[in-house]
Every structure is written in structure tokens, then in C-alpha cells.
Design a protein around this ligand. Structure first.
Ligand code: ATP
Ligand code: MG
Length: 387
């Protein structure tokens, strides 16, 4: 196989801005494969062509392309001249290399330079396999499908076994920036993945209480960012010290309200970081009614602290479905490591499940909110991650 043909789905629908999306995707693929030995990456008629060379490491390239948002699927293929005799010979060669005998041919044609239509190509190449190898055609339930994608003078030949599914969605950088509150639990990394798939650049913020959680807990969060980074090529993690703030809350606020106040402070700080970074929304792993802080009433009371859009892509998911995705993207095993989160600290046995905004605001009057937020922002540390 000397090439990879990349298919992208939704981009094709974006008529006016199509080349903007395509160019972004080409640039992202180049970056994702910058350490790989390849000849080049270019657009070709509604697809992207990656030209390999003898030294290309197909396994490593596959691993990287699987993470690039915007790619629906890609196929390792042979580039051949558009010529029906060449199609017959190449497909016969592919057929002989494997043991399936019930097949179909699927030709697709882009551009008008090749004279035969795709149906005619299907017929002629199919008849050749039947005649030369005694194979059987079955369009409904083939054991193997042979693809011929004709793009004017060039064609790309592969089988369904050479196709790898991508993450889909839109290319990184096409949907702006969001700030993800990343906890170290199972949910928030999955939430980040969903927004990355939609073309967002996700900046991570973690609130860290060094006096109650170990260095290992912070390392765990960094490991999560490392696993997520291939989905957007580079990431920033902002670590916000939360100790001073939590201590004041513990001192002045009754236990059943603390979680609500922690969350509201997190959002205030995240909003300030979003403004600084030019991000357009906040993102959390919250999920309706999963824990006491995530009842409808509490979510409303927490959200009221910021006018900024808060994305909660997992709001209606079942935990099992979240875990499935976490396993798929490789964050699950890290998330289940047993290092506690700062929020489990000094929480009531019976937390408020219906916190009303006026009551919460009354409690916050006991605190110098602006000062606490400014101090936390001042002590925030930034770390960059690259693939
Ligand atoms: P997760 O599995 O993401 O921790 P969760 O179901 O355990 O979520 P909570 O612990 O209540 O729920 O947290 C809700 C959301 O608040 C998290 O998904 C995350 O976005 C944010 N969050 C909680 N703790 C932190 C933290 N220490 N730093 C940053 N964000 C946090
Ligand atoms: Mg959690």
C-alpha cells in the first residue's frame, strides 16, 4: 500500500467555507504525522491523499490518524493510473492475497476525465474476478468488498479490510475555544473529547488542593491531558490552587452548602480564564442527578454565577455509556486511579440537593469573593502539552 485516502464527512456540507475546513484538516493531519516518514499530504477532489514511502510505519500512522477530528474514515490503498486493464489486474492481485471468495466491487468516480461510469467498472472488474478466479458476486452479503475510487487520471484501490474508522466530527480549530473543568474523574475527560470532536480547542483547568490531595492526584490529571492531547494536537493545562479558597469556605459556610460554593468559585475562576484566553464557553462533565451537586435545582444555582455558556455534553448520558467512551479514548484506566479530588473534602453527609440562589448568595456575602478569585488567578500555573 503506497497511499492513504482520507474521507471527511460533514465538511463537505459546508459549502461556502468548505476550503477553510479542508485546509484546516490538511494542516492538522500534517501536524499529527510530523514525526512520521511520509511523502506528503494534499487535497484531492473531496478527499485527502497521504502519500507514503517505503519507510512509513503504518501502525503508528493509523494510531495517530484515528484521533484526528474531522476524519470519518481512511483507507490504506494502492494508487494506480485510471485504466480498466490496470483495475482488473490490481484487484485480481488483491484478491489472490486473501481467502474470501464472495465479493462485490464498489467503484466511485470523481471528475469527468475517465470515460467509463462506475457501474461499468463494477461490471467489468467483477466479471474478470468471476472468470479468472471463480469467485462469486454477492451485492448484499459479500465477504469482501473491493473499492476503486477514480479521481480523473488517478485511482485508488483497496478493500473494506483496509478501512479504518476515524473519530468523525470537525477539524480542530474550526469551532473556537472552550475551557474544560477537568477533575480527574471519569466524566470530564469524556466531555472534553466530545467538544474536541466538534472542532473546539479545549483548554483544561484543574482546581487543586495540595494540602489534601497528593502530588499523584495532579500527575493523574496531567496524564489525562496527555491522553487527550492527540485529539487536538496541543493542550494547555491551568492548575488553580484551591487550598486557601476551600479553607475559607470550610471555616465560614455550613457543610451542606460547601459543594455548591466550590462549584460557583470554580466557574467564576474558569470564566475569568476564558476571558483571558479568548474562550467562548465553559465545559464540565456534569450529568443530571448523578450526584447531589447535579440536581436540576443545584445546576441552576451553580450556573447562575456566570453569564457564560456552560456546555455539559454528558447531561443525559447513563454512566455505562460514559464509561464506554472513556475506555475507547483511553482515559478510563487513568480516571479510576484512587486519588481523591479536592471536592470530596469536608463535604456534608447530607448536602443540599435543592439549593436556592438567594440562600447561596446570602452565604457568599460572608466571603470576599473578588479577593479570593483574584488570589487564585494570580497563583494559577500553566503547562503546555504537545503530541
Ligand atoms: P467527574 O467524573 O468529571 O469528576 P463527577 O461526576 O465526579 O465528574 P463532580 O465531581 O460533581 O462530578 O464534578 C462535576 C464537574 O465539575 C466535573 O465533571 C468537572 O467538570 C468539574 N470539577 C469537579 N472537580 C473539579 C476539579 N478539582 N477541577 C476542575 N474541575 C472540577
Ligand atoms: Mg468528580
Amino acid at each position: 500500500m503506497d497511499s492513504i485516502l482520507v474521507h471527511y464527512g460533514e465538511i463537505a456540507l459546508k459549502k461556502g467555507k468548505r476550503s477553510f475546513f479542508e485546509n484546516l484538516l490538511v494542516g492538522n493531519i500534517k501536524q499529527a504525522l510530523q514525526q512520521e516518514k511520509i511523502q506528503g499530504v494534499r487535497k484531492i477532489f473531496g478527499r485527502i491523499l497521504i502519500t507514503l514511502n517505503a519507510a512509513s510505519d503504518q501502525e503508528s500512522i493509523t494510531k495517530k490518524l484515528r484521533c484526528v477530528p474531522g476524519i470519518i474514515s481512511f483507507a490504506f490503498c494502492q494508487k494506480v493510473p485510471s485504466d480498466i486493464a490496470v483495475f482488473r489486474k490490481t484487484i485480481e492481485g488483491l484478491a489472490r492475497q486473501q481467502d474470501k471468495t464472495i465479493f462485490m466491487i464498489r467503484a466511485k468516480k470523481a471528475g469527468k476525465e475517465f470515460p467509463l461510469g462506475s457501474m461499468e467498472v463494477n461490471k467489468q472488474v467483477g466479471a474478470h474476478l468471476v472468470g479468472a478466479l471463480g469467485y462469486t458476486v454477492d451485492l448484499e452479503h459479500p465477504e469482501i468488498a473491493f473499492y476503486i475510487e477514480i479521481v480523473n487520471q488517478l485511482a485508488f484501490v483497496y478493500t473494506d479490510k483496509d478501512v479504518v474508522q476515524g473519530v468523525g466530527g470537525l477539524p480542530t480549530g474550526s469551532s473556537g475555544k472552550v475551557i474544560c473543568l477537568l477533575s480527574g474523574g471519569i466524566d470530564s475527560p469524556v466531555a472534553a473529547y466530545y467538544l474536541m470532536r466538534r472542532g473546539c480547542s479545549v483548554t483544561f483547568v484543574h482546581f487543586y488542593n495540595a494540602s489534601i490531595t497528593s502530588e499523584a492526584a495532579l500527575e493523574k490529571v496531567k496524564d489525562l491531558v496527555r491522553v487527550l492531547t492527540p485529539y487536538q494536537l496541543r493542550s494547555t493545562l491551568q492548575v488553580v490552587p484551591f487550598t486557601a479558597l476551600q479553607n475559607v469556605i470550610i471555616e465560614k459556610i455550613p457543610a451542606d452548602y460547601r459543594m455548591i460554593l466550590y462549584r460557583r468559585f470554580m466557574l467564576r475562576i474558569a470564566e475569568a480564564l476564558a476571558c483571558k484566553e479568548g474562550a467562548g464557553a465553559l465545559l464540565t462533565g456534569e450529568n443530571l442527578a448523578q450526584v447531589a451537586s447535579q440536581t436540576l435545582e443545584n445546576l441552576n444555582t451553580i450556573s447562575a454565577v456566570t453569564p457564560m455558556q456552560i456546555f455539559r455534553p454528558l447531561i443525559g448520558f447513563d454512566k455505562d455509556d460514559i464509561i464506554k467512551i472513556a475506555r475507547k479514548i483511553g482515559t478510563y484506566e487513568i480516571s479510576i486511579q484512587p486519588y481523591g479530588d479536592c471536592c470530596s473534602y469536608m463535604i456534608a453527609e447530607h448536602p443540599q440537593t435543592k439549593a436556592k440562589l438567594p440562600a447561596v448568595e446570602q452565604h457568599e456575602k460572608k466571603l470576599d469573593v473578588q479577593k479570593l478569585v483574584s488570589a487564585a488567578l494570580k497563583a494559577t500555573k500553566k503547562e503546555e502539552f504537545k503530541i
